[in-house]
Design a binder for this molecule. Structure first.
Ligand code: SF4
Ligand code: SF4
Length: 353
């Protein structure tokens, strides 16, 4: 968003001048195009997030032809508006007041943490410096405020570490440029630690203490989280089956003495191509499976990235029924993918009197 603002309205000084100007065609154009660009970015990022929940190429086509579901337009609008408001209007206020990270980050620091720091012992006393003047009795900071001008959070790093600082290091680059121009050593603002700053102030060396209990603990936690994510990714299924047994009634006794249970079976195909599954039951000897609306072998086609819901009956004739105890008996519904033979199963229960 900052880059967009710079494209349409120029650098910080140009923007300040533009803000002070009375409204006219040029100002309306520059401000208007900035906000149109923000909205476009919001639409593209919001749109991308909406596409995550459905088959993306299909949904894009539906958006273009105006045939997408109303809820898709609703969420596209919500994501566009929130991106525009948070990224284009609220900006750093989001980082300061809404994001919990600065608080977490503050709790994680210690005296050996590398942070963007102002070398006060070197910079003070600050003040303007004329070409040809000496540097005796004064600090290297010429109070040009370049570090303040580039700071996206609008803070002055010379006041010390602040909660708002996002450690972007833009002030380091800005100050180094100034130091080059006035012929002073770089690094008036630099990455440094509290302990090192104290040492340097007394003329001691730069002190870096990277391996310490805190860094080892954080590294361990990051490694642990990475392993959990990798395991979760490896265990991710591409087909899922969900079975809901009918509760009312739990079973039906047929005129020939058989007992029938009804189930709602949902097969979720997370793949990008249509799949056909053969549904069967395992662990219930002699069970007969029938699917409403499908004659013979229960072959169920599921669209790409789609969900198919079917109603299935599992029936036990009097003979097999005698082989299971009263009450509930566990068995599996199995969906076998005809394309690759992969089986997905879901445990449920058959109930009899
Ligand atoms: S950019 Fe450097 S010299 Fe300029 S005000 Fe900031 S600290 Fe001082
Ligand atoms: S590191 Fe970034 S946010 Fe922090 S003071 Fe410097 S410019 Fe500002």
């Amino acid at each position: 968003m900052v880059a967009v603002e710079r494209i349409w309205q120029g650098d910080r000084n140009a923007r300040i001048r533009l803000d002070k100007q009375p409204w006219g065609p040029a100002k309306v154009f520059k401000k208007g195009m900035t906000h149109v660009s923000y909205l476009l970015i919001g639409l593209l990022t919001g749109g991308a997030f909406t596409l995550y929940f459905r088959d993306a190429p299909t949904l894009v086509g539906e958006f273009v032809t105006g045939t997408a579901p109303a809820v898709a337009y609703l969420f596209l609008g919500i994501f566009t508006a929130t991106t525009y408001l948070l990224g284009g209007i609220a900006r750093e206020q989001v980082c300061i007041y809404m994001c919990p990270w600065p608080r977490i980050q503050g709790a994680m620091f210690d005296r050996d943490s590398m942070l963007v720091s102002y070398r006060e012992f070197r910079g003070e006393p600050r003040g303007p410096h004329k070409k040809g003047d000496g540097w005796e009795g004064r600090g290297d900071c010429i109070d040009c405020k370049a570090c303040l001008a580039v700071c996206p959070m609008g803070i002055d790093i010379r006041d010390g570490l602040q909660l708002e600082c996002i450690q972007c290091a833009l002030c380091i680059d800005a100050c180094n440029e100034i130091m080059d121009r006035v012929g002073r050593p770089r690094g008036l603002i630099a990455y440094d630690t509290f302990r090192s700053l104290e040492s340097e102030e007394k003329g001691g060396p730069l002190r870096l203490n990277i391996i310490r209990p805190r860094t080892m603990l954080y590294s361990g936690l990051i490694a642990l989280a990475s392993v959990v994510v990798l395991i979760a990714a490896a265990a991710k299924t591409v087909v899922d089956i969900n079975v809901i047994a009918e509760r009312n009634p739990l079973y039906v006794r047929l005129s020939d003495g058989s007992v029938r249970n009804a189930f709602t079976v949902k097969i979720l195909n997370k793949l990008y191509d249509a799949r056909t599954f053969v549904l069967s039951v395992e662990g219930l000897a002699g069970a007969d499976l029938s699917v409403v609306g499908i004659e013979g072998r229960p072959e169920i086609s599921v669209a790409p990235d789609g969900l198919r819901e079917i109603r299935a009956y599992v029936t036990l004739a009097p003979g097999p029924l005698a082989g299971i105890p009263s009450g509930a008996t566990s068995f599996d519904f199995v969906a076998r993918d005809l394309a690759d033979g992969r089986e997905t199963r879901r445990k449920t229960q058959f109930r009899r009197p």
